[in-house]
Design a protein around this ligand. Structure first.
Ligand code: GDP
Length: 428
């Protein structure tokens, strides 16, 4: 059976924690999209880890971690990440990398930085991990696929061709140093050496695993609102963040995805530019940011302070719908225990009209939040193990959100650790 763990919002909803937790009962965990541009923070018996490329299942010795064909594979980052977890006492994980995954090259990162520099004040707030230039090249059919590393003739010819093409932009648009074909070839050979032990026809591997009835988790990066089709275009990422894409980015049949666990955080946060209707500012935002997540809401990749806001029912309902949610995991609820009253965004006012439907970007820019306030519970709920033991106002908050978004909240996360989870009804 395949389950997808995905985000409803802008990312950073706590997918890493939920994946790590569900991985206990899984055989295979797959990253199917995105790259090293966002991180997952995981806290377990080995310590606290910020992973960017490795799936969040690498901490168990019974799991196989797969980098699927849909991922923007940053070979040195993957290599460093594997080393860094081994150095901290985690048993060497079993990792397979799709032979159809494409690689982020150093020029992709350079182009990312050069373009942000060129755009100046109009930049996208990219993490400069090369993701947008990488996916542009993938679809322009000039990317480097892992399988190509094993055909040196082809690679030499292609390195020269790509250098020629890229150098036009470097010379005339960005006025930056040019790519030397032999250096590009050398970079590719270095990647080959690093990646060779892991390369696999992963879709075939998964085909057999499914036949054997293995438990498979698809781990999404970012969330619905960053999807290039259904998100807040153009302030989106460059690969699909939806569970449906899991089938493509892993190479499995779509009908095998039986559960879509959509992670929603009990308040909102976002990184990068773009409309954020329920955003809050000043001291109110600072306090939530300081108390948020585990040790504050700061980017796992960049350390940038995240933008903060109240829970947004409009965005989350939409986010869950596009994911095809079967279960909602509602996370970081413990953080809200300090508030007397908790504002929740229940509608958007656009040109004097209130809507509960998430609009397209140009209307979203005009939307003002319609807030309602729910009473707080004013205590620490960490350590509570059953739903009934949660304070009444806390349960009311969960049930209010559930009704507004229209999808069942079957898991409530009340702390960053693996065991900080409360199941409602049957466990997933
Ligand atoms: P992801 O990218 O969706 O995996 O999310 P991040 O890892 O960037 O952000 C989630 C942050 O919240 C991490 O620091 C987690 O350790 C933390 N976290 C996850 N669930 C909970 C929770 O229920 N309570 C608290 N306090 N922190 C949590």
């Amino acid at each position: 059976m395949v389950k997808a763990v995905v985000g409803a919002n802008w990312g950073d909803e706590g997918k890493g924690k939920i994946t790590d937790m569900l991985a206990e009962r899984a055989d295979i965990i797959i990253r199917f999209q995105g790259g090293a541009n966002a991180g997952h923070t995981i806290i377990n018996d080995y310590g606290k880890f910020a992973l960017h490329t490795l799936p969040s299942g690498v901490f168990y010795d019974h799991t196989t971690s797969i980098i699927g064909n849909g991922v923007a594979l940053d070979v040195p980052v993957l290599f460093k990440e594997i080393q860094s977890i081994i150095d901290r006492g985690v048993p060497a994980p079993k990792i397979l990398v799709s032979d159809r995954a494409q690689m982020v090259m150093s020029y992709h990162k350079n182009f990312d930085a050069y373009e942000e520099e060129r755009l100046g004040g109009k930049s996208f707030g990219s993490t400069k991990s090369g993701i947008a230039p990488f996916y542009s090249d993938k679809y322009a059919k000039i990317g480097f696929q892992v399988s190509e590393l094993f055909d040196e003739e082809l690679l030499k010819e292609k390195a020269a061709r790509i250098a020629d093409q890229k150098n036009v932009m470097l010379e005339h648009l960005y006025h930056k140093p040019l790519i030397k074909p032999e250096e590009l070839y050398h970079e590719l050979m270095e990647y080959k050496e690093m990646i060779e032990p892991y390369v696999c026809d992963t879709s075939s591997y998964l085909y057999h695993a499914l036949k054997e009835g293995k438990e498979i988790l698809l781990e999404g990066q970012l969330g619905t609102l960053k999807d290039p089709d259904h998100g807040i275009y153009p302030m989106v990422t460059s690969s699909s963040t939806l569970a449906a894409y899991g089938a493509i980015g892993a190479g499995i049949p779509p009908y095998e995805i039986k559960k879509v666990i959509t992670v929603c955080k009990a308040y909102s946060s976002a990184v990068g530019a773009g409309a954020f209707v329920s955003e809050i500012f000043g001291e109110e935002a600072d306090e939530l940011r300081r108390r948020g997540g585990d040790g504050g809401e700061f980017g796992a990749t960049t350390g940038r302070p995240r933008r903060m806001g109240w829970f947004d029912c409009v965005a989350s309902k939409y986010g869950c719908r596009l994911q095809g949610t079967t279960d909602v995991a509602f996370t970081v609820l413990d953080v809200l225990g300090y508030l007397d009253e908790i504002p929740v965004c229940v509608g958007y006012e656009i040109d004097g009209e209130v809507t509960k439907d998430f609009p397209v970007t140009h209307l979203l820019e005009k939307a003002k939040p319609v807030l309602t306030k729910l009473p707080g519970w004013k205590c620490d709920i960490r350590g509570i193990k059953t739903y009934e033991e949660l304070p009444e106002n806390c349960r009311k908050y969960v049930e209010f959100v559930e009704e507004q978004i229209g999808y069942p909240i079957t898991m409530v996360s009340n702390g960053p650790g693996r065991d900080d989870i409360i199941y409602r009804g049957q466990s997933v």
